[in-house]
Ligand binder design. Structure first.
Ligand code: TK8
Length: 346
């Protein structure tokens, strides 16, 4: 190279390189001094923003953005706009979406043990469910997620499910007979409703309203807040407070995304999911009560189910529960029942 070219190179290119690397290191420094980088988290759920699950996501966004000094941003998608529970879970596995909070029930095809939560009439109240979910059993099941490219940051609450339908009140075990009922995509639910003489058909959540409206099915079952926010009362006359099963939500993160996070980022994300979960559970209980009042005012014909009738329903379903206990692990089921008994003080 001749001299003037060298001088030109030194004068133009070198400062350019210095400038670039200065920028680079300045950026890295700001990104790593607190171990938190600029990130955008795509989070999707099936329910609406008004549902306690939606409000939980709004809280999660607030908390994570606050804890990360505004660097970790959450983009929330409601109403299954990113797909239903199964589809979003697969998107997490593929690294196409970062967060979803599905019911555990549609995950049973992937991790069969989650099916123990689908046994009808196991929990009498939320506290009993929390002791199982937040204790050793809940953790054991969350620990199965990473081998499926998922990370579980704890359980939120979908809650106790109640039956709605367009035909008649369900007061006794016999009243299920002949009803076409939409169930979640879950073999325990399918078999349990079949055993009661109903005609169950598994279906993704976002298809339920139309299926009820067009009469493809006669009924569906979900917690009260969902019945309200999905406006099922507009297409269903009867609401029977069967409380036949408690469904947890599980807070899932894509493992691909998770593994890329620093320790600090993982810590604040866990905290945000946990704290938002506590908020969501409390809100859920409150909103379920309010929903009952609302649905009554809207003219749904609502009936309680007597404890002895619930006991009968449970008895009819027992062979199904026994069969699946063998499949999911009798020890695990026993551990769950022992935990429930402990909370009951027995
Ligand atoms: C929302 C679902 C829903 C569930 C169902 O994504 O499918 O009926 O109860 O709330 O998880």
């Amino acid at each position: 190279m001749n001299n003037w070219l060298k001088r030109l190179a030194a004068g133009v290119i070198l400062p350019g390189i210095l400038l670039l690397s200065a920028c680079g290191s300045a950026q890295n420094e700001s990104a790593t001094t607190d171990g938190i980088q600029e990130r955008t988290i795509k989070a999707g759920i099936g329910n609406s923003k008004m549902h306690p699950q939606g409000q939980g996501m709004v809280k999660f966004k607030e908390l994570l953005e606050e804890k990360s000094g505004g660097k970790m941003k959450v983009q929330n998608f409601f109403d299954a706009t990113l797909g239903d529970d199964q589809k979003m879970t697969e998107a997490l596995q593929g690294g196409l979406q970062e967060v979803t909070v599905p019911s555990t029930s549609p995950l049973v095809g992937m991790i069969k043990e989650f099916g123990i939560y689908d046994f009808p009439f196991v929990f009498n109240n939320e506290e009993e469910a929390y002791s199982v979910l937040d204790g050793a059993i809940g953790k054991k099941l969350l620990d199965k997620l990473p081998e499926h490219d998922l990370v579980g940051l704890g359980y939120w609450e979908n809650g106790f499910r109640n039956l709605t339908n367009s035909k008649h009140p369900v007061v006794t075990a016999d009243d299920f007979k002949g009803l076409k009922i939409r169930t979640m995509q879950n073999e325990v639910h399918l078999d349990a409703f079949s055993k009661l003489g109903a005609n169950p058909s598994p279906m993704a959540f976002s298809e339920v309203f139309t299926a009820l409206e067009t009469g493809t099915v006669d009924g569906q079952e979900n917690p009260l807040a969902t019945i309200q926010t999905q406006k099922y009362n507009e297409v269903q006359d009867y609401l029977s407070l069967t409380k036949h099963v408690y469904t947890p939500f599980v807070f899932l993160v894509s493992k691909k995304f998770w593994d890329d996070l620093s320790e600090e980022e993982q810590k604040i994300m866990s905290e945000a999911a946990q704290e938002a979960g506590e908020y969501q559970r409390a809100l859920n209980r409150k909103e379920n009560e309010k929903a009952l009042k609302y649905l009554k005012e809207e003219g749904m014909k609502i009936n309680e189910v007597k404890p002895e009738e619930m006991a009968k329903m449970k008895e009819v379903i027992q062979p199904v529960t026994d069969k699946f206990a063998q499949k999911f692990g009798p020890d695990l089921v026993e551990e769950m029942m022992t935990e429930v008994e402990k909370v009951r003080g027995n």
